[in-house]
Structures are given as C-alpha cells and as structure tokens.
Write a protein that binds this ligand. Structure first.
Ligand code: FAD
Length: 433
C-alpha cells in the first residue's frame, strides 16, 4: 500500500465518496465532520440542503454503483423508487414538456438523507476508515518549509486536537470551504473564482404519495427560462412520499403558507406541482433555502500548490442545484482519485485537478449555457457560443415533439453522453433549421 494516513474534512457525500476511493491506497482513512451524524436518514445542520430535492443523475448512480457494489439494489430495497427518466417524468423546458418516450435510462429517487445514510454506512463498514463526528477542522498543519500539508487541527468537545502524520488531506467541506484562504495565508497564490449568479430561493415540503397521483408518474421538473423564472420540482421518494420544491429568482421569495404556496405553484407552466399541493396530504412544515451563485474555484490553474492536499466536491465547484449535478460530479471525482492513486501520490494534486477540471468543464458549461440565457443572470457571457446556443434552443423546442431528440437531450443532461452527441448528424438532421 505504501501510504499511511489520509484525512478527509467533511463526512457528507463528497467526503464519504473520497474516503471510499482512498481506503484502497492508504492504511488508515480518518474522516472528520463538525456535525453530530444521525443514526437514521435525517437532515442535519451541516448540510442545510439535505431537506431539499436531490435528484441523482443516471451517470451518478452508475458511478456510485462502481464505488459500492449493489448500491442501487440497496436503495431500492429501502423503498427508493426507480423509474425511466423520460417515460416516468415530465420535464418542462421553456414552457412545454419534453416529448414522451422510453429513454432506457434509470433514475433512482432517494432523499438526500437516505443517500448519505446508505453511503456512510458502507464507508463505516470499511475496516480502515474511521468517521469522527463533532470534529470541526480549524486549520492545516504543514511542514516547516510550508510546502506540504501533514494534517489538520480541529476542535472536539471544546478541546483542540490534531490529526497529524498524514500523507494526504482532502478538503470536502462543501461550499463554505476555507481552503483558498488557508492556502493564501500559507503564501500560495490566490485561487481564481468563476461565478454564475442566479440568486434563487427554494421552498420545499414533503407530501404523502398515493398511487393515483400524477397518473403513477414519478415526478415533474419545471425549469426557469426567460419567459418564467418561477421553477418547480416534484419527485417520488422512499416511504411513499413526494418531495415538492418551488423556487423564485432575482430577489423573489416563494411563500411558505399553504394558500401562498399553491398560488405560486399555479404560476408554473406545468400543473403537476399544484396538483400535488392541492390533493396530497402535507408532511411537516415547508423549509426555505437560499442559493446565491454557482461557484467554481480554479485549483487547476494555480502553479503552486502544497503537496499532500486536495479539494473535492462542492468545495471545488458548486453547481446551480436545479441541474442536479453536484452528487454526480463528487462521485466522478472519487472515481478519478481512485484511478490516479493506482499510479502513486507523486504530483497527485496537479494530476487530480487537471482530470477533475476536464470532468467539471461539461456540467459547468451546461449551467452557463442555460443560466446566462436569463437576462438578469450575472456571469461571463463571453464564454457562450451564440451559434451553438441558437441551435440548442431549436433542438430543445423540437424535443417537445420528437422523442428521439428528447432522449438525446436527457442523455446529455444526465452526463451519459458528451454535449457533442447533440451535434451528431442523426440528431442535427431532426432539428429544424
Ligand atoms: C438546494 C440544493 C439542492 C441540491 N440538489 C441537488 C440535486 O438534485 N442533485 C445533486 O446531485 N446535487 C444537488 N445539490 C448539491 C449537493 O447537495 C452537493 O453537491 C453534495 O451534497 C456534495 O456536497 P459536498 O459533500 O461537497 O458538501 P456538503 O454536502 O455541503 O457537505 C460538507 C460537509 O462538510 C462538513 N464541514 C464543513 N466545514 C467543516 C469543518 N470546518 N470541519 C469539519 N467538517 C466540516 C459539513 O458538516 C458537511 O458534512 C443541491 C444543493 C443545494 C444547495
């Protein structure tokens, strides 16, 4: 094995997936999280998004299956519905639903707490991994020359503790990661940040699911577009529940009272969200969350970086949640780490950040292409290709009538095919000029 201890900051999805990747190449993996980790699938404070809708892209479930044999079957056994992403869902884009058809792509609809619970249980079952809750990491420990990270300091039960002697420290502490500030304090260069600002407020509530709801379909998604910046999502989950989310943008805030939520849902292009609110029994109170901007930190672009340190998951790139990419990218990054470690730890940071950047480029470009269509969105529009954008607009419109185009579109959004697949002759030939 050759490597001693690895330390992971954060026991949420990216941290747990990273720990799974590391356990094959390190004698010991220590995962630290500031939260008390629940014994049951429940939302927790350190992951405020865990009460909100989390759709796992088909690519994400495939990657997780690679990391945890039997992952899908385990979730299905715990009641997570599985369904065809096209046939059993209605995707509303630009005011109209995508054409119905069978995509052959299966989705797994588990709540965020259940996903994390199942993955944490798997990781805790690995003999050389220890997960330590209630450990808030405060700082990095470095060599005297400051060129290598060798551990962290943390606060646990009011005491300062060190976890040192580490060969690798991985930051998976989410959007609030302090890595870039800690690195500049150590004398490393500033990390460039890219931002796409579509400030959004989500209001989410769960409802009891009955078989007749939505004619047995598993849900519906209504995306914001220049004609209507109100969004909505309804998705079947374990325990015969629906998770329902409404969202507003650019300063608008969806209401949280029953009548107000229903009135808001009625402004959506699809009737599905309002139908559930009108006919299903609510469970618990609605919860609200703000999401200011997608952020991408370009660790791949700095030429000096300490040895023994990596950043992964939302700590490196946080995507507008509406596209459901974050967990899939975290799984892809864990896959990269696992593969790279087979060649040892030499130049690991530059190899990891370069490979991760190539993966992130695709979903990041998708966020930019969609979000920057909204006139009030703030971001670098120079990266957009007007001609490609106009073609994709026509494709999206045609995909509301043509099931083949709808499948091709969904395969790209689920990160199963590269965007170039939408420009292949057999697809382009179906798109009106
Ligand atoms: C509203 C919303 C909806 C979303 N919907 C989807 C979706 O549909 N599909 C999808 O794929 N993704 C979705 N995402 C993104 C998804 O939640 C994340 O990509 C995913 O949770 C992976 O994040 P992470 O593990 O990197 O960070 P997080 O989940 O944010 O976890 C960070 C962890 O680090 C811990 N931590 C933080 N600081 C410290 C510290 N100093 N010391 C110790 N521990 C620390 C926290 O307690 C937490 O456990 C959504 C996000 C939001 C905001």
């Amino acid at each position: 094995m050759g490597n001693g201890r690895a330390v992971v900051i954060g026991a949420s999805l990216a941290g747990l997936l990273a720990a799974r990747a590391l356990h094959e190449s390190f004698e010991e993996v220590v995962v630290l999280d500031r939260d008390t980790l629940p014994q049951q699938p429940e939302p927790r404070r350190g992951v405020p998004q865990s009460s909100h809708v989390h759709g796992l892209l088909t690519r994400g479930s495939q990657e997780m299956e690679r990391l945890f044999d039997g992952f899908g079957a385990e979730l299905a056994g715990l009641g997570a519905p599985t369904f065809d992403v096209q046939d059993d869902m209605r995707w509303w884009l630009g005011g109209r639903p995508l054409a119905k058809g069978v995509s052959g792509m299966t989705a797994l609809a588990a709540s965020r707490p259940l996903l994390e619970f199942v993955i944490r249980r798997r990781v805790q079952g690995l003999a050389n991994v220890v997960v330590r809750p209630e450990h808030t990491v405060d700082d990095l420990l470095c060599t005297a020359q400051g060129d290598r990270v060798v551990g962290v300091t943390a606060t646990a039960a009011g005491q300062r503790v060190s976890v040192d002697d580490a060969d690798l420290v991985v930051d998976a502490s989410g959007r609030g990661s302090r890595s870039r500030h800690m690195l500049t304090a150590l004398g490393f260069p500033q990390v460039e940040e890219e931002r796409i600002e579509v400030p959004t407020v989500y209001v989410t509530r769960r409802y009891r699911r009955e078989p007749h709801h939505l004619d047995g379909r598993a849900g519906a998604s209504v995306n914001a577009y220049p004609g209507n910046v109100h969004g909505g999502f309804v998705l079947a989950q374990e325990n015969d529940t629906w998770i329902v989310s409404i969202s507003d943008r650019f300063g608008g805030v969806p209401p949280t009272d029953d009548d107000g939520m229903l009135a808001f849902a009625e402004t959506l292009d699809s009737p599905d969200v309002a139908t559930i609110m009108r006919t299903a029994e609510p469970i618990g109170d609605p919860v609200k969350m703000r999401y200011p901007a997608s952020t991408r930190l370009r660790y791949d672009r700095i030429d000096q970086f300490p040895a023994g340190y990596l950043v992964t998951g939302d700590a490196m790139c946080s995507f507008n949640p509406i596209y459901g990419q974050g967990m899939t990218v975290a799984a892809l990054e864990a896959g990269i780490l696992r593969r790279l470690l087979k060649d040892g730890t030499t130049d690991l940071a530059s190899r990891f950040f370069a490979a991760a950047a190539a993966v992130i480029d695709v979903p990041w470009a998708a966020v930019a292409a969609n979000d920057l269509r909204l006139p009030k969105a703030v971001g670098d529009r120079s990266m957009l290709d007007q001609r490609r954008g106009a073609y994709l607009e026509r494709l999206r419109r045609a995909a509301t009538e043509d099931p083949v185009l709808a499948t091709a579109f969904l395969r790209v959004t689920h990160l199963m095919d590269p965007p170039s697949a939408l420009f292949a002759p057999e697809i382009a030939g179906r798109v009106p000029a």
